[in-house]
Write a protein that binds this ligand. Structure first.
Ligand code: NAD
Length: 243
């Protein structure tokens, strides 16, 4: 089968583990030139076959420097994000600011840094990491997180509308629960991790968690020319949680 991303330069944030990593590996397997970034240099050191850049997406200067170094990219995958547990009554102002800064404002930073060269280069695809939690479905104990992921969808539509005439497509991916290292941490933080895992699985009608490769496969589609007619949309991939 033809490599679907041959000739495309793809920049990924939070590519050190989980969905970002699986997507970086999927992009590579599809023939892309991959620039994998993450705040954690040790994780990046375990990737092979791709360029790596240590990058904190909450640092505007660092994002601009990374974009300058990368030059024009065809695909930008904004994957960085953090999950806070709790209702609005559990949330602190510091947690709120942290999540808005990492999950939402980082999209502003990378768009400001990468879009101009993408446009000058004739266009490209931006993929933002949302979630079913937020504007698609209210999920218990995801107040801060769901709010940030709803904002990701709003940002995605805005960029799609503003740059559709310059051949820039901007879409979001909204997963259900996916087996990743941070999900493992969230499960282990419960008093009864065995029961917590059962509860996470129970809310997935397919009776299982998703895996990062399944999300990476959707990202490959959205990055590729197969998705040339798709923009401004949120692609739900959730094991049936929103049926
Ligand atoms: P993860 O949470 O296990 O890993 C996150 C990665 O982000 C780590 O490699 C970490 O080093 C990196 N990171 C943290 N802060 C950073 C920063 N400031 N700058 C750059 N990188 C930073 O990975 P995951 O669970 O696959 O989550 C990835 C994305 O997918 C997140 O946006 C998350 O909200 C979203 N998501 C995850 C799930 C799930 O169930 N796992 C479901 C829906 C959406």
């Amino acid at each position: 089968m033809a490599e679907r991303l041959k000739g495309k330069r793809c920049f990924i944030t939070a590519a050190g583990q989980g969905i970002g990593r699986a997507t970086a590996e999927a992009f590579l397997a599809e023939g892309a030139e991959v620039i994998a970034s993450d705040i954690n240099a040790d994780l990046l050191g375990t990737l092979s076959g791709m360029q790596t850049v240590t990058l904190d997406v909450t640092d505007m200067g660092a994002v601009q420097a990374a974009a300058k170094q990368a030059g024009a990219v065809d695909v930008l995958f904004n994957c960085a994000g953090f999950v806070h547990h709790g209702s609005v009554l559990d949330a602190s102002e510091d947690e709120w600011d942290f999540a808005m800064n990492l999950n939402v404002k980082s999209l502003f930073r990378t768009a400001r840094a990468f879009l101009p060269a993408m446009i000058d280069n004739g266009g490209g695809a931006i993929i933002n990491m949302a979630s079913v939690s937020g504007s698609i479905k209210g999920i218990v104990n995801r107040n801060i997180y769901g709010t940030t992921k709803a904002a990701v969808i709003g940002f995605t539509k805005s960029v799609a509308a503003d740059f559709v005439g310059q051949n820039v497509r901007c879409n979001a991916i909204a997963p259900g629960t996916v087996e990743t290292p941070s999900l493992g941490d969230r499960i282990n933080a419960f008093d009864d991790p065995v029961q917590a895992r059962k509860d996470f699985i129970a809310r997935q009608p397919m009776g299982r968690l998703g895996n990062a490769q399944e999300i990476g496969a959707l990202a490959v589609y959205l990055a590729s020319d197969d998705a040339a007619y798709c923009t401004g949309q949120t692609f739900i991939i959730d094991g049936g949680i929103t049926i």
